[in-house]
Design a protein around this ligand. Structure first.
Ligand code: HSE
Length: 308
């Protein structure tokens, strides 16, 4: 195999209560990439569609991941990388993670599956470091593993896959403004009161338990963020209204997707998720802000090979 075309899913990190520790992948939104072996031994970004991304290998998340993997493996061949972005970077939907994870997955195929999933995740984190200044694992883990993931520990890295109740559907609104992840991280306090920490980790426990038992009420009760949302919601026009209307439409819960500006809501079943989408459309349609709304099932597979 000399060429591989893949789908790499968009991801929702944090899932309200799990700042830097939880994420899930989307089924209907993600990037396409074509990765081809070359004889030059170099990593070359040959095409970027749908976004302005650097072509310099060492500044591009996909480029950095591929270079590091091929060097580590002592590979004689290089790769050409085409990135076809279906949504904008700076969305809070794991745009750089889709490129990093997709690259790690594809290059590993050319290396005959030399690396484990956890090792691929370590390589993919290098791409996150380039894109947002920190080797955050949540988005890349969801993109590689699919479904819901918990980063139980960063050192050593320990990723837990959490079951996904099949009726769970996500609605996402992506206001077409860019929020820089680095800025959205800097705005957060370095310390939080013990009371806040207790409320937060209790909800993480509740969410994990709710996902395991398909207890939708418990999932909903646990989708509360005491740590990041209170500080970050100022970046998102009409955030409180989006959240209130999602709940009024029957969503289980709603919050900021990753570092924003996208907002997500989880619902039980497609009908309620579509109701949330309509409610959000009403809020944004006269706002003067461009936006996109997606309704998607949870992607249980992560990065996938596309057949030509
Ligand atoms: N967990 C990260 C954050 C995700 O919230 O900053 C970045 O999209």
């Amino acid at each position: 195999m000399d060429q591989i075309r893949i789908f790499s899913p968009a991801t929702v990190a944090n899932v309200s209560c799990g700042y830097d520790a939880m994420a899930f992948a989307l089924d209907t939104l993600g990037d396409e990439m074509v990765i081809r072996k070359n004889d030059s031994g170099q990593v070359v970004i040959t095409r970027v569609d749908g976004a302005e991304l650097p072509f310099e290998t060492n500044k591009n998340s996909a480029g950095v991941v591929a270079s590091q993997m091929l060097t580590d493996a002592g590979s004689p061949f290089g790769v050409d990388i085409e990135i076809i972005k279906k949504y904008k970077p700076g969305s809070g939907l794991g745009s750089s993670a889709a490129s990093s994870s997709g690259t790690a997955f594809a290059v590993n195929k050319f290396l005959d599956g030399k690396y484990s999933k956890l090792e691929l995740l370590q390589f993919a984190r290098l791409g996150e470091e380039v894109a947002c200044g920190s080797p955050i694992a949540d988005n890349v883990a969801a993109a590689l593993y699919g479904g819901f993931v918990l980063i139980r520990s960063y050192d050593p890295l320990d990723i837990i896959s959490i079951p996904t109740p099949s009726e769970l559907v996500v609605t996402v609104i992506h206001p077409q403004i860019e929020v820089n992840t680095e800025d959205a991280r800097k705005i957060l306090p370095e310390q939080i009161p013990m009371k806040t920490a207790i409320a937060q980790w209790s909800n993480v426990g509740g969410l994990i338990s709710g996902l395991h038992t398909a207890d939708f009420d418990l999932i909903g009760r646990s989708l509360t963020d005491h740590v990041a949302e209170p500080h970050r919601k100022i970046f998102i026009p009409h955030f409180d209204q989006l959240k209130d209307n999602a709940m009024a439409s029957g969503a289980l819960g709603a919050g900021i997707s990753g570092s924003g500006p996208s907002v997500f809501a989880l619902s039980k079943g497609e009908d309620l998720a579509q109701k949330v989408a309509s409610a959000w459309d009403e809020i944004y349609k006269n706002s003067g802000i461009d936006y996109k709304i997606y309704v998607s099932k949870i992607n249980k597979n992560g990065v996938q090979i596309l057949n030509d």
